[in-house]
Design a protein around this ligand. Sequence first.
Ligand code: ZN
Length: 455
Amino acid sequence: MSDKLYWNEALETMFDETLFDLESKRLKTQISRIFQVNDFYRDKWQQAGVDLGDIQDLDDLHKLPFTEKTELADAQKTGALLGANQSVELCKIMRIVGTGGTTGQPLRLGLTKNDLDAYSEMGARALWAMGCRPDDFVINCFNYSLYAGGTLDQSSFEKLGAAILPYGVGNTNRLLQVMGSIKQDICLYSTPSYAIHLAERAQEIGMSPQELNITKGFFSGEAGLQVPDYRQKIETTWGMSAADLYGAAEVGAQSGECEHRTGLHFFGQGLLVAELINPKTLEVVAKTDGAIGELVFTTLMYEACPLIRFRTHDSVQVFTEPCTCGRTGFRFHTLGRSDDMFVVKGVNVFPSGVQKALLSLQPQVTGEFYIVLNTVPPIDYSPLICVEVSNEIDASSHAGIIYVIKVAIREQLGFRAIIKLVKRGSIASMHKTRRLYRTYDGDRPPHENDSRCEE
Ligand SMILES: [Zn+2]
């Protein structure tokens, strides 16, 4: 069983036309059911003047309005458990999770048994491509308290047949002791920055990451692995192979890299439709090779909380040239959240671009950083970037390093920045590591009052 190439060969290698027909049929069924039972979408579509008879296949999807996370959160403000998007009775709902809001309260989502099966099916396809197998032992370091990465992604590993230890976040020293006491291969499931944090902590307490037998890392929750040097840093530090999983908790963690590392294969076939849109004009962008846009998802089979044209605000670049692995769907690289892109004097900047520039300056800096924007756009000033400096660098060399970083940012990204050096190990965290703070929105960056910082 472990030798098979695909988790679900029929769907992962299906021809576009066959898949189009299957998904169009499912879309129509989903939409007519939602119209009957779901107040949120019925109101939304009626207000938009949509005639459901006009939705005959996937090519008509663009006629339906988008769904924003904030709308769903607003529908829960009355105190309703799941709000107007709840489409089945509570007795059919098996699990409830929260999804991290960028601001405010987490959004609550419900899943029926079938929903859980759909979520874990997509996850298993992706994890299989990423090299996870039933004889793997995986430690899950995502948050089990409320969030999807813990409990829902655990279901994906279980569906695949791997043995999973639900560790959660926090208590890093104890985790290292547990790892140290196990004399067999271990797989780590965490954010990429947690792998860095864990390695830093191991070294602090005199353990060598290389001796902890972590052979495979499956990473999610951040775009970090899409920056080649960051992946290499994790792989070299731990002596593991690191593969990337992408998803949105609301619809499933469903895209993963195969062994050829040609980008993230989309694994939603038959369960989830992905569209690409231009986030400014909101028009659909064809998924041709090299196209850039924001991913928008439509669930085809979810029963409890279906989502139609759900905006992820994640910006991606699509690839369609066939991959050697034989999977037929499209692939993509994540560029970052379109919300995280900012413009400095006309230059579009993604935090991942800054990360790339800093990683090229290792080992003087660790590659960990965050950006601070102090005023509402337009940003006609040099933004502040806090950068972790290596412990081995003497303080007398800090001014020189700041200069080198400034030059790298200017030459590689085309804008000027103010650089502040902060202590190694003070940025990468157990949770998703934030790379952008907008203080004008009330954000509080971690080193705000840190007198050890140097500019
Ligand atoms: Zn492939």
